[in-house]
Design a protein around this ligand. Structure first.
Ligand code: FES
Length: 164
């Protein structure tokens, strides 16, 4: 039997969230039938699927780009661009949940009237939630415009989003 060569594809950037995506793909054995699940993971972590993300997933799973685009555009759940000008991803994975992620979401709802998955009426901010951002030692963690913030409190998240 011939061993499968190790994958040496580079993710679109050095953003740590790509490691989470790579772990997911590895767990799925880089199988083409893991496409929807991997796209879900990318969207959960980044909030949307851009061209570089779709190309990376296509190459990593050996799925033709046309099929990846086809799936990404067929399901209304997938977004090909950020909804708001800024994105804030609140992690609600176990470590973050135990350490107060719920209070962060409650604070954002109180301050902005925003639920996870929503965008402010002025289009400035989209709020997303993820199951684990790979920063559990800094729980609760949030990612604002691609920058990871750890040990976030309700008052610090209010300052973070108001600065936007
Ligand atoms: S559970 Fe939140 S970063 Fe892992």
């Amino acid at each position: 039997m011939v061993a499968t060569p190790a994958r040496t594809l580079s993710p679109p950037s050095d953003d740590k969230r790509w490691r989470q995506v790579e772990v997911r793909m590895r767990r799925l054995g880089h199988r083409p039938d893991g496409l929807i699940e991997v796209l879900h993971t990318v969207q959960e972590l980044f909030g949307f699927l851009d061209d570089s993300a779709l190309a990376f997933v296509s190459q990593s799973l050996s799925v033709p780009p046309s099929k990846v685009y086809g799936v990404a555009t067929f399901y209304s759940h997938f977004m090909l661009k950020p909804q708001g000008e800024h994105t804030c991803v609140v992690c609600t994975g176990t470590a973050c949940y135990i350490n107060g992620a719920g209070a962060l979401l409650a604070k954002l709802k109180e301050r902005l009237g925003l639920e996870a998955g929503g965008t402010t009426a002025d289009g400035k901010l989209s709020l997303l939630q993820a199951r684990c951002l790979g920063a559990c030692s800094m729980a609760p963690a949030v990612v604002v415009d691609g920058e990871v913030h750890g040990r976030v409190t309700p008052s610090s998240i209010a300052v973070l989003v108001e600065a936007l």
